[in-house]
Write a protein that binds this ligand. Structure first.
Ligand code: ADP
Ligand code: MG
Length: 701
């Protein structure tokens, strides 16, 4: 916040002082007035209505009750001394208990009188009960003090409570602060935005987010602050992108030539989906503008990203450039290499594979051919961004599986050419749109949201342990048809030993059920040496084994079209995105594929939602959305350094619309005024000169 008063250290607030200030700093990181102002209530308690006693549920937070006291007594001695008051309305009885301030309350409570009670209900011996409720005599017809508003509830800690800074105590401090400095809160958005978006003025928003007069006012205050928060985040992200495009020129691919055309007309064995065509168009446009492309391509496993990437590489070659594709593991790199070789056929383009296990001599040849330009497409792992790998003219880079490559590595690739190559990042882990817009500020985003025609959707079935025999029966039936099966066990992160045990038990059960010589089983887990793992995998890939029992190591990278059944043991232990990734290992051939989720009988609420979601949909974006609702944006893979976690008011899981509005507006503003130089936008420019609204800019990539 820009106003100096609000930067005052918290100890100077009336009612705080040195020791409370220490506690506030330590416990809640409240150092300055501003921090207290931004210690927002986590909810508001509805004091606008009275609950009937019979309607009170054990899990209710705070409730307000109107009841007539009919009995009071002091029980116990010394430490166990307590005041018990019985009260009732026309639906039931409630018991009130005090363990402190007994004498005072006892004097005040008069049997026969009606009181407004307010507190957190509990159940004790089957009775509705409330400890230390607030209590106030009820006068019909007179507005009750405090009972007609939404009361803020604040996070506090045990330590703070020792300083009388429970929710109520904090509330008092916030009230004092607003009283003294509420008017010092300056507007930080230009009037035209406030008018157009119908925003509440900033100072009002800070007041009413704490102390709203009604639900509507609270909503407006929240909206204003959410909008502001997301707006400035987008302003920063898009500004960076703008700077980036100004700083980095891009190679211009101005023609589509023989490589692309030959491939498209004579080699591509299927028609492209509309989504694939759309993405190709987007990339075509990007690569003709003279600006370096940085694009994220999202699409489920099997949606045809690799083909699109290959066609882009062919366009690069048509324009006299080299291209490379980088995968996170050797297995994946090898698979890309084979896929590409198969698609382009012999003698069409020069393709090579470079991984850590390529022998020195072969490696030297690759280096040489890269430098003289003979080699047109290089496929590989990290090995291909090593310093000694030099390209003659690298124009297009594909990076598969975003999560494993950081911004730094991308930056390293830019340096592989005088004009940095265009970069296409592919990920099969769909991210909800709001997250993508926030996490990948410097990337444009393309989506393949359509599977190739004729693909049979994977059928997902949820079995409980009691149905295990049915599951075995199903496995046998599929194996009899010539299919292969994955059986996956979860990794339990607390204990590697337990993991292995889990897997070994599973192997034993499977071996008993599927004995030699009729059945053969591959076993793969993290403790195997690379060579052993490879051997086991190969046996399965070649069809020598029908069942592959594995921990999640198979998550990335195996492609066995004949494997049509994925069995996930203890499925309730997996996260949604992981379940979806695992399921994506099947459904790659022509056969109907299945995913069987095995779980114990008793599921947590979230566990049930996860499994139901998997049964209900194959759509990765839908699944990602639900995953975010369940776990919150901060727990989604890859969000850690994205600025998402710094959001204090907005929530990407629920505020998609606000985010979209904020982003659209920012785009429009930069279109008209990229420097934010117009007088009306000067106020926005200030956001870059100072830390604003608690956002830490440097965390945003
Ligand atoms: P992804 O990289 O998104 O997982 P791939 O590009 O590897 O997907 O494609 C998966 C499979 O589908 C491959 O065998 C590929 O040849 C095939 N494929 C891709 N696009 C199409 C399409 N439009 N029609 C039919 N099959 C396709
Ligand atoms: Mg792929």
């Amino acid at each position: 916040m820009n106003n100096q008063h609000l930067q005052t250290p918290i100890e100077y607030l009336k009612g705080v002082g040195v020791s409370r200030a220490e506690a506030l700093k330590k416990e809640l990181q409240i150092y300055r007035f501003e921090d207290l102002l931004r210690h927002f209530p986590y909810k508001h308690i509805d004091r606008t209505r009275f609950y009937k006693i019979k309607d009170i549920q054990p899990d209710m937070p705070y409730v307000q009750v109107l009841a007539r006291v009919f009995q009071k007594e002091i029980l116990g001695e010394k430490h166990t001394k307590r005041l018990i008051v019985q009260a009732k309305d026309d639906t039931g009885v409630i018991e009130l208990a005090w363990f402190q301030g007994i004498r005072w309350v006892e004097k005040m409570v008069v049997p026969g009188k009606v009181y407004v009670l307010f507190g957190k209900p509990g159940f004790f011996n089957g009775k509705v009960q409330m400890s230390h409720p607030e209590l106030e005599p009820y006068t019909p017809g007179v507005q009750q003090k405090g009972n007609l508003t939404l009361q803020p509830a604040y996070n506090s800690t045990e330590k703070l409570k020792q300083f009388s800074l429970d929710s109520k105590g904090i509330q008092k401090l916030v009230a004092i602060l607003l009283e003294q400095h509420g008017r010092d809160i300056e507007e930080n958005l230009p009037a035209y935005i406030i008018n157009r978006m119908r925003l509440m003025p900033r100072a009002d928003a800070y007041r009413y987010i704490h102390f709203p007069n009604n639900a509507n006012q609270l909503k407006e205050a929240q909206y204003r602050l959410k909008f502001e928060e997301l707006f400035f985040l987008q302003l920063k992200l898009l500004k960076n992108k703008l700077l980036h495009t100004q700083k980095f020129k891009g190679n211009i691919f101005d023609k589509v030539g023989n490589y692309f055309n030959d491939f498209y007309h004579h080699k591509l064995p299927f028609p492209l989906t509309n989504a694939q065509k759309r993405v190709l168009r987007e990339i075509r446009q990007d690569t003709q503008r003279g600006v370096q492309m940085n694009r994220l391509l999202q699409g489920d496993v099997g949606s045809g990203k690799t083909v699109v990437a290959l066609m882009c590489m062919l366009i690069a070659i048509d324009n006299g450039f080299q291209a490379c594709i980088m995968a996170p593991t050797e297995i994946l790199a090898t698979q890309h290499y084979e896929t590409i070789k198969n698609l382009v056929g012999d003698g069409f383009v020069e393709v090579a594979l470079l991984t850590g296990s390529v022998p020195q001599k072969a490696r030297r040849v690759i280096h040489e051919h890269l430098e003289d330009g003979r080699l047109q497409i290089l496929v590989g792992t990290h090995a291909l961004i090593e310093d000694k790998v030099q390209y003659k003219n690298l124009g297009f880079v594909v990076i598969d599986e975003q999560h494993r490559f950081g911004v730094e590595q991308r930056a390293k690739l830019w340096k592989k050419n005088i004009i940095p190559p265009h970069v296409l990042v592919m990920t099969a882990t769909p991210i909800p749109r709001t997250l993508a817009m926030t996490m990948y500020g410097d990337l444009d985003i393309s989506v393949i949201d359509e599977l190739p025609a004729g693909r049979k959707p994977i059928q997902t079935i949820h079995f409980y342990e009691a149905q295990r025999l049915r599951m075995f029966g199903f496995m046998k039936q599929e194996i009899a048809k010539g299919r292969q099966i994955y059986v996956v066990y979860p990794l339990i992160q607390e204990s590697e030993k337990l993991d292995l045990k889990n897997l070994q038990d599973g192997v034993e059960i499977m071996s008993r059920e599927f004995p030699l010589p009729q059945y053969r089983i591959s076993i793969v887990h993290g403790k195997l040496k690379a060579a052993e793992k490879e051997f086991e995998m190969q046996r399965f890939i070649k069809g020598e084994t029908q069942i592959m029992v594995a921990t999640t190591v198979i998550e990335v990278g195996v492609n066995v079209p004949n494997a049509s059944v994925m069995i996930i043991e203890n499925a309730e232990r997996f996260g949604l995105s992981q379940l979806h990734q695992l399921r994506g290992r099947v459904g790659r051939g022509a056969e109907q594929s299945y995913c069987i989720l095995m779980s114990k009988e008793k599921l947590s609420n979230d566990g049930r939602i996860r499994l139901n979601t998997m049964v209900k949909t194959n759509n990765g974006f839908e699944i990602a959305e639900i995953d975010m609702q369940l776990r919150g944006p901060g727990n989604i893979e890859g969000t850690q350094q994205s600025g998402v976690l710094d959001l204090k008011v907005a929530d990407l899981a629920t505020d998609q619309e606000v985010l979209q509005q904020a982003r659209d507006l920012v785009i429009e503003i930069f279109d008209k005024d990229p420097q934010l130089a117009s007088p009306e936008n000067m106020i926005l420019n200030r956001a870059f000169q100072q830390k604003d609204g608690g956002l830490t800019w440097n965390k945003i990539s």
